[in-house]
Ligand binder design. Structure first.
Ligand SMILES: C[S@@+](CC[C@H](N)C(=O)[O-])C[C@H]1O[C@@H](n2cnc3c(N)ncnc32)[C@H](O)[C@@H]1O
Length: 259
């Protein structure tokens, strides 16, 4: 066992991936749940290998407990089997903290969360009074649905929906636009950037407020913000230096011809 771990660590140092991503490394060309790691470039890992990395210890916890909107939220995690969509990323925690300050009017607003993962942000937005649609890729829905259901009381049942929304897919089932679009740590797969942008444009009208909470890990991540800022007026509204997370707020440029 010890020998296997050593081999794994050596492999991860050479390829730049975290040792706990071995499930992704083994299957990285075929397993889409590991799409963050679908790259041949060692410097592109979402969680770069670092022997002192306590992030992985946090991801390996089967459950995270948070307190938001005076409620204890217990979010299950399954990093080893489900990967990036089944853990809580710092960007989500920081966005929840920001929402809780009341800086974003959510009460009775139509809100959609993109790439929700564990659904923490959608849960908090719902508790703050929004009518939410919490979305992710189809394969992430069983885990997401369970996490959301377990944390929202029964009397919130008609306040939220958990639905599939793949940025790369057909957006025609989404016929309405939203007051607020939320996304935490969704800027990380360069291949998806044009479709992510297309999705945000499709779901927004001239008054929609878009909040993107992110850690800029690589130059490519800033490229997405540049793409977004061609269509949306983009402002930094919050920086959490300790966790290296920035929240951007966007609103469609007045002269934008996009819907
Ligand atoms: C780094 S995780 C962030 C999860 C969660 N928002 C958080 O911050 O804890 C990125 C999320 O984006 C989702 N995602 C990746 N590609 C997607 C796509 N093409 N369409 C929809 N969601 C996608 C993943 O399934 C995953 O849940």
């Amino acid at each position: 066992m010890f020998l296997i771990q050593i081999v794994n660590i050596i492999f991860c140092i050479t390829c730049g991936y975290s040792e706990n991503h071995h499930h992704c490394v083994q299957t990285k060309s075929t397993d889409e749940s590991c799409d963050a790691l679908k790259t041949t470039e060692p410097s592109m890992a979402l969680v770069p290998y670092n022997p002192n990395n306590d992030v992985l210890a946090v991801f390996n916890k089967p459950e995270r407990v948070f307190r938001f909107v005076e409620k204890e939220l217990k979010i299950p995690q399954d990093w080893n089997n489900l990967g990036v969509a089944a853990v809580v990323w710092d960007a989500a925690i920081v966005l929840c903290e920001y929402l809780e300050t009341g800086n974003v009017v959510l009460e009775h607003k139509k809100v959609i969360e993109l790439g929700a993962g564990s659904g923490l942000v959608g849960i908090v937005a719902t508790l703050l009074g929004a009518q939410t649609i919490i979305t992710d890729q189809e394969k992430a829905l069983p885990y997401l649905t369970k996490a959301v259901r377990n944390n929202l009381p029964d009397n919130f049942k008609d306040k939220y929906k958990v639905q599939a929304l793949d940025w790369r897919g057909d957006l025609e089932t989404y016929t309405e636009t939203f007051d607020v679009i939320l996304g935490a740590d969704i800027i990380y797969i360069e291949d998806t950037f044009p479709d992510l942008l297309r999705t945000i444009i499709h779901l927004s009208n001239k008054d929609t407020l878009v909040y993107i909470s992110c850690r800029i890990r690589y130059t490519r991540d800033s490229n997405f913000l540049k793409m977004l800022s061609e269509i949306f007026d983009l402002k930094k509204v919050h920086v959490d230096r300790q966790r290296d997370i920035t929240i951007y707020k966007g609103k469609k440029k007045i002269h934008s011809t996009q819907k």
